[in-house]
Design a protein around this ligand. Structure first.
Ligand code: G6P
Length: 608
């Protein structure tokens, strides 16, 4: 996600240097372009990394204050025109923004009508013009900013600067993180504490709906209704690296913890709950072709492939369309039969996995409609597919995919409602699924609140040399995912199996030293999984079971249980993968392994 950094100081430091150094420590968040503004020297923007921006900065560029940004594209191409900071018509007001303004189209129309001219496609620019419009009436920067913020719908972390009061900065937060750094005669605004920490350890984390007004010697915090807020600053003694991890020991844990936010971001602006429909902007151009598609093939690698397996069950059950899921590395080497009535969907976090990309190229050659469920905006798969759905999960740093999977499954559920409602899915079913999707962030928070219990469990089993993961129907791919997670970060032999297949092989391995993780939520195959747990216990196999809250039968049978909130069966993988991710994380941590960078693996596999 985008990174924001802003500075105002009376210490004689060069704002240009402070800002560029700060941007470098935010680069881990992902970027496609960077930009900087100071009232004294104006603005410079560049596609690419901070190093590219630095090359364009002339000697003498600087000032006492300024704002800077690293962009990770959502609205508009990743180019110089769409890079931040954005300005109003007069060039007096400048803004950097992280988030998505949902009502930017209406606001843009109104402002265009009032005579404003726009230079970019970005939703952020609209905000600069909106403040300009209010400034005409209010004649006061703070009041104008507050009035503009009250007009917005969506998410934002913002830093705003006005040439008329060059040492003043305004920050605001709604959904996207903003931290204020309190120095001696200097203040900072950032997306996370990492660029602030070299200057001061005293920070204030803004809450949603709060606005901060900063000058070098003063900081005030308000609510959106202008009511003053008193907040005691926090002292943080994180190293810059810890700061990038949000205070967590590893990126993997931070990314698992982001689950609720990730689901919200994937759903944002896409659910029309009252009609039981979804709106997927990236599919609009091909909506007609999709309505006449007769078959879907999903391709992916690793965790993305498992997401596809869940997608198959969702799409066949609720959209009534035949689906096949195939490992991208297999698909491209055989002779798949495709035609114009086939939609070939690539699922990929990075959008760069070579096998998945080549599968898409093969599909294109054979005339299929190609689609992407991709997290990295502007990546090769996103560019080469005919249309697609972006995950909006934010950058994933840890090699083992966690939050990307949660967002892929959420996007697949949205896609299912989209295709389903084009076909036989009733409004009633559409409403039921979309209403439940909206409840998932709160349910994920409840699971994450039980992290300490999962840590205890993982430690208990961390000396095991083998692990079997079993599940049925929607939770069969979840079992596969549980096994791959454990394998890749703890180097322990783990197998994911369909619970029904257990009797056809793996049960021969079971004894008191071979534990099984059984997915036994209260769904249509519950009784069958309970029988499988009986079979394991009859062979003295230790069993950890994932159950639905309130379940007592499995608790009596299994050695340990993890309870998760009830949800629709088709959506249960979105919740159930999270305890498995946490289990693998603490298991590997207990073994003292490098969780974020497991040996022999790469985040993005761009070789065959
Ligand atoms: C690598 C990663 C996995 C990931 C897979 C697919 O193997 O280690 O975590 O699931 O690639 O990556 P993609 O970027 O295409 O989702």
């Amino acid at each position: 996600m985008c990174g924001i950094f802003a500075y105002t100081g009376a210490q004689g430091k060069d704002a240009g240097k402070v800002l560029l150094d700060g941007l470098l420590s935010l680069e881990y968040r992902g970027y496609d372009s960077a930009g900087i503004f100071t009232p004294e020297s104006g603005s410079i923007k560049s596609p690419g990394a901070v190093a590219e921006l630095r090359k364009k900065i002339p000697t003498g560029f600087g000032g006492k204050s300024g704002i800077a940004h690293l962009r990770w594209a959502t609205h508009g191409e990743p180019n110089e025109k769409n890079a931040h900071p954005h300005q109003d018509c007069t060039g007096e007001l400048w803004i950097v923004h992280n988030g998505i303004i949902e009502n930017f189209k209406e606001l843009k129309e109104k402002l265009a009508h009032a005579g404003h001219r726009f230079a970019s496609d970005s939703d952020t620019e609209v905000l600069a013009h909106l403040v300009e419009e209010h400034l005409k009436k209010e004649k006061n920067f703070e009041k104008a900013a507050l009035a503009a913020l009250n007009d917005l719908r969506g998410t934002y972390g913002i830093a705003l600067q006005y040439k008329g009061e060059p040492d003043k900065l305004i920050a605001a937060r709604m959904g996207s993180p903003i931290v204020i750094g309190l120095g001696d005669g200097e203040h900072f605004i950032a997306s996370d504490p990492s660029p602030i920490l070299p200057h001061t350890k005293k920070v204030v984390f803004l809450e949603d709906g709060e606005v901060a007004v900063l000058t070098p010697h003063k900081h005030s915090i308000y609510k959106l209704n202008a009511e003053k807020v008193d907040r005691t600053p926090t002292e943080i003694d994180w190293s810059p690296e810890e700061a990038q991890k949000g205070g967590y020991e590893h990126f993997m844990l931070k990314e698992i913890m982001e689950g609720p936010e990730v689901v919200e971001n994937t759903l944002r602006g896409r659910v029309i709950a009252e009609k039981g429909m979804v709106k997927l902007g990236g599919l609009e151009a091909v909506a007609k072709e999709l309505a006449s598609i007769e078959r879907v093939i999903i391709v992916g690698c690793g965790t993305a492939y498992y997401a596809g397996l869940v997608g198959e069950y969702m799409l066949e059950e609720f959209a009534g369309i035949p689906v096949e899921v195939e490992l991208a590395s297999e698909f491209r080497y055989r002779a798949p039969v495709l035609n114009q009535k086939t939609a070939l969907i690539a699922i990929s976090q990075s959008g760069e996995t070579l096998d998945t990309l080549e599968a898409i190229r093969e599909g294109k050659r054979k005339g299929a409609l190609t689609l992407g469920i991709v997290n990295a905006v502007g990546s090769t798969i996103a560019r080469e597919t005919d249309a697609g759905v972006y995950n909006h999960a934010g950058p994933e740093v840890s090699v083992a995919s966690t939050k990307a999977l949660v967002s892929q499954l959420t996007a697949l559920a949205l896609f299912t409602v989209f295709l389903g409602r084009q076909r036989a899915m009733s409004e009633e079913t559409g409403k039921e699924i979309t209403a439940e999707l909206k409840k998932l962030p709160a349910k994920l928070k409840a699971i994450l609140g039980r992290t300490a219990d999962i840590e205890v469990l993982a430690k208990k089993y961390a000396s095991s040399r083998d692990f079997l993961f079993i599940g049925r129907k929607y939770n069969y791919p979840v079992a596969l995912e549980g096994a791959i997670k454990l394998k890749e970060i703890s180097y322990v032999h783990a197998e994911g199996y369909s619970a029904g297949e257990m009797k056809h092989g793996p049960i021969a391995m079971i004894d008191e030293h071979f534990p099984t993780f059984a997915l036994a939520p209260h769904d249509s195959v519950y009784e069958k999984v309970v029988s499988n747990i009986h079979e394991l216990k009859a062979r003295k196999g230790p069993v950890v079971a994932l159950v639905t809250e309130g379940d007592t039968r499995v608790a009596e049978l299994a050695d340990d249980v993890i309870a998760v909130p009830k949800t629709l069966e088709m959506l249960s993988p979105i919740l159930n993968v999270v305890p498995l991710q946490l289990f693998a994380y603490y298991f590997a941590k207990e073994k003292g392994l490098n969780v974020d960078r497991p040996r022999n693996l790469a985040k993005s596999v761009t070789v065959e």
